[in-house]
Design a protein around this ligand. Structure first.
Ligand SMILES: NC(=O)c1ccc[n+]([C@@H]2O[C@H](COP(=O)([O-])OP(=O)(O)OC[C@H]3O[C@@H](n4cnc5c(N)ncnc54)[C@H](OP(=O)(O)O)[C@@H]3O)[C@@H](O)[C@H]2O)c1
Length: 307
């Protein structure tokens, strides 16, 4: 079968469309026939070597790419899944030789959930990584009051706005002015355009500052400045957590696979609570072009590779 792998770090040109053995499921695992794999910022950071330099990705001779998968069960092994069943799944191990950019992938059954009904595999592939991250980030905050979401038009940010709105939190969204209508449609109650002096402009809307911030745009101290003393802050990347000034509790979310939670999120995608956004579809062999387009910025929704 074919898969995209890297054997050295660098630009999109290091992506190899290679012939690899079909992976065999072990106990508690399923093999999925991949219909769609979304392209995420973590794939670019893995390919470029940024995550390796940061100590997040250990040295490996071959690295697979791709976390998000939608497809059908090819081999259900000893699990409760059925052959042919439409599923979504998340590869959350960062340094395996095979990822979702492949014709087949083996995952722990606990990382897999029935696919949302009534949406395409391409749309479904945009759900697992970013919706689970948004949900697990929201789990880290206790407030029932006001939450700031930076990068609100992004993949994680859009889901964070929608999930916070569904929890009846008051959502203050930060994004480009051009994205205001979109993030309000996700469920934002207040909109603050991105730019300098963010803390002052958020405090003009929420006197004293917000109770919590989900900083998906990695603004760090600029976003922390918008949080009230004793509030909560969630960072989304290694090195993106600001110093916990003014008694603010700062935590970093680290995504983990959770099939049960993913099944709940799939239901929210089915009923329209979570917007599935596709920026474009490319063949698996054109993963390099997808990486270039994501790196260029300005995409709304995910690029999705189809084997
Ligand atoms: N820790 C974890 O477990 C985990 C899991 C998933 C993702 N992540 C990380 O979370 C971050 C967001 O991921 P994503 O997939 O949502 O990325 P994304 O789709 O590229 O979204 C990022 C958003 O932030 C916006 N942005 C950039 N600079 C900004 C600024 N100064 N002010 C306001 N908005 C700004 C971008 O707008 P433009 O496109 O207009 O620049 C974009 O809409 C990434 O760093 C990703 O690696 C972490």
């Amino acid at each position: 079968m074919r898969a995209v792998v890297v054997r050295r770090f660098g630009g999109p040109e290091v992506l190899e469309f290679a012939e690899v053995p079909v992976p065999e499921p072990g106990p508690g695992q399923v093999r999925i026939r991949v219909a769609a794999a979304a392209v995420n910022p973590v794939d670019l950071a893995t390919r470029s070597g940024v995550l390796s330099a940061a100590g997040v990705v250990p040295a490996r001779a071959v690295l697979g790419l791709g976390w998000d998968v939608a497809g059908s069960i090819d081999d259900a092994g000893d699990t409760g899944f059925r052959a042919g069943e439409a599923v979504v799944g998340l590869r959350d191990r960062i340094a395996t030789p095979l990822g979702a950019y492949a014709e087949r992938i083996v995952l722990d059954a606990s990382a897999v959930a029935p696919a949302p009904v009534g949406v395409s595999a391409v749309e479904a592939a945009t759900l697992p990584l970013n919706a689970l991250t948004a949900a697990q980030a929201l789990d880290l905050v206790e407030t029932t009051g006001t939450v700031l979401v930076t990068g609100a038009a992004g993949a994680v940010g859009g889901y964070a706005v929608a999930l916070a709105h569904a929890r009846k939190l008051r959502v203050v969204a930060v994004a480009s002015e051009a994205d205001e209508a979109q993030v309000r449609a996700f469920g934002a109650d207040e909109f603050v355009p991105r730019g300098p002096s963010l803390g002052d402009r958020v405090r003009a809307v929420v006197p004293g500052g917000v109770d919590a911030a989900l900083d998906t745009a990695l603004l760090g101290l600029d976003a922390l400045d918008a949080v009230r003393g004793g509030g909560e802050f969630v960072a989304f990347a290694a090195g993106a957590a600001p110093i916990p000034l003014r008694g603010i509790r700062v935590r970093t979310v680290w995504i983990r696979a959770d099939g049960g939670r993913l099944a709940e999120l799939a239901r929210l995608a089915e009923n329209g609570t979570l917007p599935l956004r596709v920026a474009g579809t490319l063949p698996l062999a054109e993963a390099g072009a997808a990486h270039e387009r994501l790196a260029a910025g300005g995409l709304r929704g995910r690029l999705v590779l189809t084997p």
